[in-house]
Write a new protein. Structure first.
Ligand code: NI
Length: 142
């Protein structure tokens, strides 16, 4: 696993320069997704202001859960998925995004492969209040 792409101050001299350079490198979304082979296992692509930008591939249904303290943003860059709520659902198409507020139960479902960019606080656990085989505590970088 690569070291965290986070700026830990105080850094000085060369260390600070290389950390800055790393965090300011551009990111090619397709190139990063090509490296992701597992589904429902979010990878950290960047971080800013205590938030993570995560890349994740979906191909089936997830588990109903909610997040006590975090709002989540789901942006579709390839394919489509259905965000299910307890009383309704919404299809999120390529180029669209949805924000799920904290406390709201949700379950992403994809019938075919879907590429998602997530934007949420670094503290967010992928399965929220639920602990199961899909829970990932330590996210790897991509
Ligand atoms: Ni969630």
């Amino acid at each position: 696993m690569r070291p965290a792409r986070v700026l830990r101050y105080p850094l000085e001299g060369q260390q600070r320069e290389s950390a800055l350079e790393d965090s300011m490198s551009k990111i090619n979304i397709a190139e990063k997704f090509a490296r992701i082979t597992e589904y429902y296992k979010p990878r950290i692509a960047a971080e800013l202001n205590g938030q993570h930008v995560k890349f994740v591939k979906l191909n089936s249904e997830f588990v109903f859960h909610h997040h006590e303290n975090e709002d989540e943003m789901f942006l579709v860059v390839k394919g489509r998925f259905r965000m299910e709520f307890r009383d309704r659902h919404e299809w999120i198409e390529e180029g669209e995004f949805i924000v799920v507020p904290r406390g709201v139960e949700h379950r992403p479902v994809a019938d075919e492969e879907c590429w998602l960019v997530l934007f949420e606080p670094a503290t967010t656990l992928n399965t929220g209040n639920v602990e199961n085989e899909r829970t990932v505590h330590e996210l790897e970088r991509v």
